[in-house]
Write a protein that binds this ligand. Structure first.
Ligand SMILES: [Zn+2]
Length: 103
């Protein structure tokens, strides 16, 4: 029982960096139910990640795809430029994620 509780606690202490890696799976509903719950718990305590999620969602809506490989370079550059100008901090996360999935 104690062991189980410790596991739950560990799951609740996801870092923001881990969140950025999982956000695509979250939005495409590919997260394990328990991880999804944990993801949402992190959202409830972390406004930064809520902002990031909203930005990511908007980016997807803008590009009509969740796969950054399908985003034309010109569009991607527009997004990056936009984000750099408007959302310096959150944009850095998106740039990180787009870079992550493009690699
Ligand atoms: Zn966070």
């Amino acid at each position: 029982m104690a062991k189980q509780k410790r596991t739950d606690t560990a799951l609740r202490t996801k870092t923001c960096k881990q969140m950025t890696v999982m956000v695509r799976d979250y939005l495409t509903d590919n997260l394990d139910a328990k991880i999804k719950l944990d993801f949402e718990q992190h959202l409830s305590i972390c406004p930064d990640c809520v902002s990031f999620l909203n930005t990511y969602r908007k980016t997807i809506a803008l590009t009509k795809t969740v796969d950054s490989n399908d985003i034309p370079d010109a569009v991607r550059m527009n997004i990056l430029t936009f984000l750099r100008k408007r959302m310096r901090r959150i944009g850095a996360f998106v740039i990180y994620v787009i870079g992550h999935f493009s690699a």
